[in-house]
Design a protein around this ligand. Structure first.
Ligand SMILES: Cc1ncc(COP(=O)(O)O)c(C=O)c1O
Length: 383
């Protein structure tokens, strides 16, 4: 089936977080969901389940676990057992379980800003300490300063939380980088919590490597978080999972979660299964469209707004824009909201070294992207 991503669907008055935040004349390009209708097989499966009409307690089917196993085997040659999969209502929930189950109050979490704010806000909010060696900007991309990374580790550090592919800088970490990170973590006996929620939204020639697949030793210290939510635009259905191969870590995880973390709802299961079994066709097409939007954005900025520099994007639909050259040292998202009617995410939300940057979600029709960019260009011309 051919999907039409140029078609804009009205999302106002649908209780959407993205579309409900700003007045109707603002184009919202902040929170990470797509404005696209999800894959047809997912919609069909959900409709059939809704028509059944009985919504009692549910559990993940064996078919869903098998589909996850087959996906990991096919994409990464990663063989896992049934019991290694632990379902979650969301990946942020998984991050917080990792922070609290494996670091006591006062103990440390290691994160690399600029990064998704739950990586550094949540540990601190729950009484953990933060070690935050920053990613280092190098031209139009970011790199890891491994010396700084290792030096940031203290005797209290317990968990390294990795974002791969990275939100917001769009990196897909290479095998050599992952190997060096893993080697340091193993030497310091850290647990690795690897958030791989964006792992399907990758632009060729880049390839995702789950850090757990590097070696049995790394696998034994790693919790991998994955979900169909970003890939298939089903975040509102709240279905994710952790892959935890080490039974000791898994037991600690389950002990912590007991009575606190609900299972996944029926619709989340249904959507996940349909996505994994029949969603490939949609995924190929949406990636193609997103690649087109990424290229459009890159060319537009280069030709029309050269003072705003876009970070090279290897993955995700979240562009990281360096606005410091446009005279916006402080709050570019606030500027574009007030002067262009475009709702971006403020870079400083991702850490101090995000100040002067803005994140732009381009998972929308090309026409809407073009309109937003025209508005941003005019706002800068009037500056
Ligand atoms: C890296 C990362 N992890 C987790 C999430 C949110 O996951 P969930 O909605 O499943 O809690 C996001 C959403 O933007 C994200 O970018």
């Amino acid at each position: 089936m051919k999907y039409d991503f140029d078609r804009s669907v009205e999302r106002r008055n649908t209780d959407s977080i993205k579309w409900g935040l700003y007045p109707d004349d603002v184009i919202p390009m902040w929170v990470a969901d797509m404005d696209f209708v999800s894959a047809d097989p997912i919609i069909r499966a959900l409709s059939e389940r809704a028509a059944h009409g009985v919504f009692g307690y549910s559990r993940p089917s064996q078919a869903l676990i098998l589909a996850i196993q087959q996906r990991l085997a096919r994409l990464y040659r990663w063989t896992i057992k049934n019991e290694d999969v632990v379902f979650l209502p969301g990946i942020v929930t998984g991050l917080n379980i990792a922070f609290q189950a494996f670091a006591a109050p006062g103990e440390g979490i290691l994160a690399q800003p600029p990064v998704y704010f739950h990586f550094f806000r949540d540990p601190v909010r729950h009484g953990r300490t933060l070690q935050d060696p920053p990613l280092v900007q190098n031209g139009d991309t970011y790199e890891i300063d491994f010396d700084r990374f290792e030096k940031a580790i203290t005797r209290e550090t317990r968990v390294f939380v990795l974002c791969n592919p990275h939100n917001p800088v769009g990196r897909v970490f290479a095998r050599t980088e992952l190997e060096r990170l893993a080697e340091i973590c193993l030497r310091h006996r850290l647990i690795i919590c690897s958030d791989e929620i964006h792992c399907d939204l990758i632009y060729a020639p880049h390839r995702h490597i789950p850090i757990a697949t590097l070696s049995p030793e790394v696998e034994a210290r790693t919790i991998t978080l994955m979900a169909p939510s970003k890939t298939y635009n089903v975040a509102g259905l709240e279905c994710g999972y952790a892959v935890i191969r080490n039974p000791e870590l898994r037991d600690a995880w389950k002990d912590f979660s007991y009575g606190l973390i609900p299972g996944v709802n029926i619709m989340g299961h249904v959507a996940a299964l349909a996505a994994l079994r029949e969603g490939e066709d949609w995924l190929v097409q949406v990636l193609d469209y997103l690649r087109g939007n990424r290229d459009y954005l890159e060319v537009f900025l280069r030709e029309n707004v050269p003072t705003v520099r876009m970070c090279r994007m290897e993955a995700t639909y979240l562009a990281w824009l360096d606005c410091r050259g446009a005279g916006m040292i402080k709050n570019p998202a606030e500027f574009f909201l007030n002067h262009a009617g475009v709702g971006l995410s403020e870079g400083s939300e991702f850490g101090e070294n995000g100040t002067g940057f803005a994140r732009l979600n381009f998972a929308c029709s090309r026409q809407r992207l073009a309109e937003a960019l025209d508005r941003m260009k005019s706002a800068l011309e009037d500056l």
